[in-house]
Design a protein around this ligand. Sequence first.
Ligand code: ATP
Ligand code: MG
Ligand code: MG
Ligand code: MG
Length: 470
Amino acid sequence: KKMGLNEIRKEFLEFFQEKDHMILPSFSLVPKNDKSLLLINAGMAPLKPYFTGNSIPPSKRVATCQKCVRTGDIENVGKTDRHATFFEMLGNFSFGEYFKEEAIEWAWEFMTERLEVPKEDIWVTVYLNDDEAFRIWNENIKIPKEKIVRLGKEDNFWELEVGPGGPCSEIYIDRGEEYGCGDPDCKPGCECDRYVEVWNLVFSQYDKDEEGNYNPLPNPNIDTGMGLERIAAVMEGADNIFEIEVIHDLLEEVEKVSGSKYDEDEKVDESIRVITDHIRAITFLVSDGVLPSNEGRGYVLRRLIRRAARHGKLLGIHEIFLYDLSKKVIDIWKEEYIDLVDNEEKIRKVIKVEEEKFEETIDQGINILDKYIENMRNKNEKVLDGEKAFKLYDTYGFPLDLTREILEEKGLKVDVEEFNKEMEKQRERARNARHGLGKEAWGKDEIAHKLKDFKTNFKGYDTLECNSRV
Ligand code: ATP
Ligand code: MG
Ligand code: MG
Ligand code: MG
């Protein structure tokens, strides 16, 4: 059945509305009253207090389509077929009401009857000792035993630093041998791109505390998450999530502004996909109120903008371009996320200022890094000094992961430990400088003013801008 991103989103929410779920709009990417989480990374994250019983949900059954950002996946973006830093997650939730049986049966019904995914393409996984989930898939749904794979904690136990979690069961689609690694035993859990994980059903029955204890919840919950772009890629038979119709429009815009052609050179394609992904994340983050800074979520945004800018350079773009590209993102997603329109001006401005700032130093930084690399080659060294990486960070605005990425492309590494030591030293210097200024100096503008002459200490100001935790 041919269905795109927007049709699937609608179909999903309607389906669960028919099953008596209350449909809530996506929450902001910025968590509310949750110090344990930098950015919303799953549909369940903003609903945590309903799972733990700290708040009363508006309904015991809820379904959402939630904006998510996963910084942890940043290095996969452009490389795997299935990872984005920004994506939408569809989810149905039960707060202490229905449990495994309903969650599994409805997921199956939605996949096979609404989306009409061929039953023979579907594989599932369960947590190692979860015989109950195994039985439901096997006996109620009639999935043959060979297609139910038991996996360990890594894959089939969902948890955050703190909060609700539990064993899970995942639904995979077999895209066919041509995507596989060739291993005759290849099945879900394999690193290759043959089986795509599309939906995770979490049987949320513990509340993990700060000490790492798993406290059983009085009523077990259901928390599911399906990647909208992934299921759309399956439905459209697209090779990867950036080639589905709706996102392809954005990808084409990236081709246009960069004057490069997709699908001719793997390296170029990777850069195009990185920019396509990052500009979505950037636009939505700014719209939700995040500003570039040197800490916390502001630093996530800064890293995304700078990484995208550098991939722009790889494609031969000489001017700043991201702020303008955000318009396309707004155009494509404005119907679902009306805030984007209200925030359009702010989005452009914030991105532009950050791009301009980096534009001043990026070419110089790249030249210097090239010289370092040449030097390393001559001396047959494999690891860049942390001190040099810190200089790139401090003077040329190169986030560590950007330096690392460039080095990795050449088979080289960076001394992260030494870099961190340099960073710590600088923080120390900034602390001392602030101390000397006395209490009355803590107003932002004053501190900026007083520290203006101290190049290194100036970072202290940026740090004050954002009080979120990493
Ligand atoms: P993977 O193993 O492929 O990295 P995951 O197990 O980390 O995925 P979950 O935490 O189970 O993913 O999230 C629920 C669903 O969200 C996944 O089944 C997938 O469809 C989607 N998803 C997760 N990470 C991403 C991502 N980086 N980009 C797009 N979709 C994602
Ligand atoms: Mg993952
Ligand atoms: Mg997984
Ligand atoms: Mg998963």
